[in-house]
Write a protein that binds this ligand. Sequence first.
Ligand code: LMR
Length: 343
Amino acid sequence: MYLSVYYKRFTFVLISAVLLLLLTACQKNAFPIDNEQLSEEERLVIRFSHVVGENTPKGLAARKFAELINERSNGYVEVQVFPNGFLYKDGEEMNALLNGDIQMIAPATSKVTSLVPEWSVIDLPFAFSTYEEVHDYIAGPIGQRLISKLDDKGLHTLGIWDNGFKQMSNRDFPIHYPTDLKQLNMRIMPSEILEKQFSVLGAVPKKIDFNILFHHLENGDVDGQENTLSNITSKNLHTLQKYLTISNHGYLGYVLLMNDEFWKELPVNIQLLITDTLLEVNQWEWSIAHRLNSEKLTELEDCECIEIYHLTEEERQIWEEAFEPVFEYYKNRFGAEYIELLP
Ligand code: LMR
């Protein structure tokens, strides 16, 4: 008799536990079926704005992220991607994110320096030689400090996307040595360190939005520019330039950012969906970025449409010495600890 009551209770507890587990599992993925029919008001919309083309590492990864999120939430969460600065231009997207007009952006690390200038450590010339070095630095204590400075500004960091290492191009003559840059008008992204990088060599840095750079090169407002090969070719910038130096002198990557208030208001299951999906997308983005930049080099070599020069190891040393004042400047401005932990 006692045994039977005990058995019934045990069975009841067991069934309840199984039901609870099932319920929790269902809730985790509790997206109503066929949400494609829902109106925009009923769906959860995430507007993701960026300034590059769709055929770039960032453009492709943003699209993949949107597709996976849509598929995995049965259409309940809709990531709307706005490429090419259609919605907000270079200088506008950060404010739009902070104001909650859009929910996601992936600006170049150089561009977050307007908010947290310490991030310009990533722009220091020849600070990194490989993508892994950048990833390790950002995963380390200094990178985490940089990320917490973004938290303080109302931003939630979801990851780092690579683009690649920057190369230099111009229309006038081959660039082999730092002295070759004297007097050249060079387009830069908005970053104090990039400004310094060119001005210490006697060049004239000019901050110009990525989307209008083609016209500025065409009009001759600037003679040259620095960027990754996937960015250069995506906007056909090479067609307006005669000389390209493969210098790999600086890393260009992105901080994937969400408006923190929006993030905090998301249900936990959606937060999980986003972070889990990004674990996969971030890895995919890295491999696409690396592949795309090397493919673009081959394409440029094959087209014979621009004269390409690869810096030698000895020349690289000369450049590194010429850039020492830039490191000194950063150290005086933001403290030595950011530089001491560079690879
Ligand atoms: C640039 O302005 O050159 C880049 O930041 C564009 C980008 O987002 O890759």
